[in-house]
Design a protein around this ligand. Structure first.
Ligand SMILES: *Cc1c(COP(=O)(O)O)cnc(C)c1O
Length: 352
């Protein structure tokens, strides 16, 4: 089965051999307080910073998922309220989880066709502005320069960006925001069970001044441990090892971006040629580079997903409000050109 699911997604083909290597070398029972773990952790962070162009003064923390990172942010980086900008299911969920922890937090929702306009935002009483760079549920994205203009308009606030389905797939200007979060089962081409939380020095300062210490994953505690490249609990050491191996092998993010964008343009042009399905997102300026959402009649979408599955091609289900009338295709780096050709051939045979 070739997976085009936008998470958990197709793994890099090298993963099985890296797993064997891990088993042989004792990584699977490596103590997380040992100097071997510290060396692995250091190496992983070094590769992440180098390959993804993360500024040197940013901190990288290991978490278990993107969802855990949402809660860490709500607990440890917000005293009273955050403002959540969203146009889809993941952004809304982030807001809902945060709202349970910080009930004064508020939401600003916008249309999936809308280019987010910072001039319309009123964020002056929020400490933190949260947005989803790539909304996996509907295949839209917020461009780097938009994030930059939000930062310029609100210099006092912290900006937090969920880049779960785009980090390692396209170049993100990390210095445009204070907090970035992701998990590795999307563009990293790795098995689930590991998340990343990336923080600017300004975010670290805020965490230390808020000094929230009620949880095993309170940020001051994570900072304390990360000073020696460790974690507050026994982490997913295999996941960290696989991340290190993958990051050591992938090209620089500028190269990856070029391929991702070419493939995305190709997918969008491809679907424009069919009458029976449409692209979910009409506004080209907000279409995602990493998740392509295609819309049609409910029965037709169900039929095409089934047929694809029978031919060994796994399409992503629709999500949230678009669960039944869309399917999604991951445009993640681990997918090969040959696999894309196969899927396009399938569509040419089965779509009119
Ligand atoms: C997949 C996804 C999440 C959830 O990731 P977990 O690792 O399952 O917590 C959050 N945000 C976005 C944008 C996602 O695509």
């Amino acid at each position: 089965m070739i997976s085009f699911y936008p998470g958990p997604s197709r793994l890099y083909s090298s993963i099985p051999s890296f797993m064997q290597e891990a088993a042989k070398s004792g990584i699977l029972s490596l103590n997380h307080r040992s100097k071997e773990f510290v060396a692995l952790s250091e190496k992983t962070i070094k590769f992440l910073k180098r390959k993804l162009q993360i500024p040197d003064d940013y901190w990288i923390f290991y978490t278990s998922s993107a969802t855990e990172s949402w809660e860490i942010i709500a607990q440890s980086l917000v005293v009273d309220k955050s403002l959540h900008l969203f146009n889809g299911a993941f952004g809304e969920k982030w807001f809902e989880y945060t709202h349970k922890i910080k009930p004064l937090s508020s939401a600003y929702s916008f249309d999936k066709e809308e280019t987010l306009n910072p001039d319309r935002l009123n964020a002056n009483d929020a400490e933190l502005i949260c947005l989803v760079q790539n909304e996996t549920s509907n295949g839209t994205q917020i461009l780097n320069h938009t994030i930059q203009s939000i930062k310029e308009k609100f210099p006092k606030q912290l900006i937090a960006v969920d880049a779960t389905s785009s980090l390692a797939g396209i170049k993100l200007e990390i210095s445009n925001a204070d907090i970035w979060l992701a998990s590795v089962q999307k563009c990293f081409g790795l098995p689930a069970g590991l998340g990343l939380l990336i923080c600017s020095p300004k975010a670290i300062d805020k965490a230390l001044s808020v000094n929230e210490n009620n949880h095993y994953n309170s940020l001051p505690f994570l900072i304390e441990k990360m000073k020696v490249k460790q974690t507050s609990y026994t982490p997913n050491v295999l996941g960290i090892y696989l991340l290190m191996k993958v990051m050591s092998e992938v090209p620089a993010i500028s190269t990856v971006t070029k391929i991702t964008k070419e493939r995305a343009n190709n997918w969008y042009r491809f679907f424009e040629s069919f009458e029976s399905v449409q692209l979910l997102v009409e506004n080209k300026a907000v279409r995602s580079d990493t998740v392509i959402a295609v819309m049609g009649e409910e029965d037709q979408i169900a039929t095409i997903k089934n047929k694809a599955k029978k031919e060994g091609l796994l399409l992503g289900n629709g999500y949230g409000a678009w669960a039944k009338n869309t399917f999604r295709i991951a445009n993640f780096p681990a997918i090969t050109d040959k696999e894309i050709k196969l899927l396009q051939k399938f569509f040419k045979t089965h779509l009119s």
